[in-house]
Design a protein around this ligand. Sequence first.
Ligand SMILES: CCCCC/C=C\C/C=C\C/C=C\C/C=C\CCCC(=O)SCCNC(=O)CCNC(=O)[C@H](O)C(C)(C)COP(=O)(O)OP(=O)(O)OC[C@H]1O[C@@H](n2cnc3c(N)ncnc32)[C@H](O)[C@@H]1OP(=O)(O)O
Length: 161
Amino acid sequence: MTDLKSMLATWAEKFRPHAEGVDLPPHHEQCLGCGPDNPHGHHLQVRRYGDGVVAEHTFDNRHVGAPGIAHGGAVATVIDDLYGFLLYLVGAPAVTRQLTVDYRAPVMIGTPYRMEAGVTNQEGRKLFLAASLTDRDGFLVATSTAVFVTVGVDHFTRGTQ
Ligand SMILES: CCCCC/C=C\C/C=C\C/C=C\C/C=C\CCCC(=O)SCCNC(=O)CCNC(=O)[C@H](O)C(C)(C)COP(=O)(O)OP(=O)(O)OC[C@H]1O[C@@H](n2cnc3c(N)ncnc32)[C@H](O)[C@@H]1OP(=O)(O)O
C-alpha cells in the first residue's frame, strides 16, 4: 500500500521537465488510473507529446459496461487520470473540479485507442484541459474537457478540515 508520506516524497522527481516520448511516471503505485500495483486499475502508460500527453490504451473485461463495451465511468476514469499527467508538465499538483465527457461512439473492450490531452488555457489556479480518444482509423470516439484547480500539498492531508 502506498502511504501518503512516501507518495509526496516522489513529487520533486515527477514535477519537472520530461523528455518528449519518454514514459511519464505513474502518480503512485496504487493509482486506479496508472498504478502498476493496482490489480483493479487501468495501468495507463503515458508519454509527453509536445505540450501535451499521449497514451495508447485498451480497456479489458474488468471494465465492461454493456457486453463488449467499456463502462462510461471507466472511460471517464482513464481520461481523468490522463489529465493528471499534464500536471507534471504544468509543474504543480492540481485536482479535478469539473470533468465532462462526450461519448460519441462506444468504446470497445479489447480495442486499442489513442488518447491525447492538452492544456487549452490557464487562469490563476484554474487549468482548462481537453482530451480526445480515437480509434486506429482516426475515428473520434470521445472528447472531454476538464477544469483542474492547483492545490498545495496540504490538500492531500487535510480533507475538508
Ligand atoms: C488522486 C490521487 C492524488 C495522488 C497524487 C499523487 C501524486 C502526485 C501526482 C499528481 C498530482 C495529483 C493528481 C493527479 C492524479 C490523478 C488524476 C485524477 C485527478 C483526481 O481524481 S482529483 C480527485 C477528485 N477531485 C477532488 O477531490 C477535488 C475536490 N474539490 C476540492 O478539493 C476543491 O473544490 C478545490 C481544491 C478543487 C477548489 O477549492 P478551493 O476552495 O481551493 O477553490 P475555489 O472553490 O475557490 O475554486 C478555485 C477557482 O476555480 C474556479 N472554479 C471552480 N469550479 C469551476 C468550474 N467548474 N469552471 C470554471 N471555474 C471553476 C472558482 O471560481 C475559483 O476561481 P477564482 O480563483 O478565479 O475565483
